[in-house]
Design a protein around this ligand. Structure first.
Ligand code: XBP
Ligand code: MG
Length: 228
């Protein structure tokens, strides 16, 4: 068994992007009077830009907006507030089969951590809702690092806070950029894809699946085989 499992959040613990973050971004654009709206398919392409503020800044720069960085920061603050409300209303549930995996890990004494590029303001209430407060003993967020995924900084920080060797742990990710971040930190990685990441390049992953619960439930023991 791994000593610890480090989970990504967006797309991995929950399907947060299409009906969550995307909608909050669009509401924030409207609140700031911007003529910008991200459709479901287009948003999938934008996910290669990790970090909400960076994603907005790229879109504003593409529109030739002056002070794109400053405006992006303001729009992203609005988006974060809106998304915190969505999370607090309990509208985002876990991906099917995830709670069973987390129960299995906890029952076997495997430590649980989180490494995400998302903002702590919504990550903490979402984790409390999905896993129960305190289930993840280490939570690294986008606020904590200078470089977002695919840079390994978030994973390296999680390793340091867990005080474990990379060779003893397994990461669970949903996307290409997330996979590359974990691999660059020397961590064996299991990828559970979703509709947005089904066609991502996942070479290098120890295991690739489309779901936690099918064709068989993903277990702590199966995660352990990623270390071999
Ligand atoms: C997730 C992200 C985040 C979210 C939005 O990537 O890139 O930016 O899309 O959250 P990963 P914020 O799953 O690899 O961590 O607006 O808080 O950035
Ligand atoms: Mg993700």
């Amino acid at each position: 068994l791994p000593e610890a499992v480090v989970f990504d959040v967006d797309g991995t613990l929950a399907d947060t992007e299409r009906d969550g973050h995307r909608v909050a971004f669009n509401e924030a654009f409207a609140a700031h009077g911007l003529d910008l709206s991200w459709g479901v398919e287009h948003y999938g392409e934008l996910l290669t830009i990790t970090g909400g503020r960076q994603r907005v800044a790229a879109a504003l720069r593409a529109q030739g907006v002056d002070d794109a960085e400053e405006l992006a920061a303001a729009v992203h603050r609005t988006k974060t507030d809106l998304f915190v409300d969505v999370v607090r209303r309990g509208e985002i549930g876990p991906r099917p089969g995830l709670p069973a995996l987390v129960d299995d890990l906890r029952a076997r004494g495997v430590r649980i951590a989180v490494a995400t590029t998302g903002r702590r303001a919504w990550v903490e209430p979402l984790l409390a809702h999905l896993l129960g407060a305190g289930t993840a003993e280490v939570v690294v967020c986008g606020d904590d690092v200078a470089e977002l995924k695919p840079d390994p900084e978030a994973y390296r920080l999680a390793l340091a806070r867990l005080d474990v060797d990379a060779a003893r742990i397994v990461a669970v990710e949903d996307s290409g950029p997330g996979l590359r971040a974990a691999l660059a930190a020397g961590i064996a990685t299991v990828v559970v894809t979703n509709h947005y990441t089904a066609d991502h390049d996942v070479r290098g992953a120890a295991i690739v699946r489309e779901a936690y619960d099918t064709p068989t439930p993903l277990t702590a023991a199966e995660l352990g085989t990623a270390l071999a």
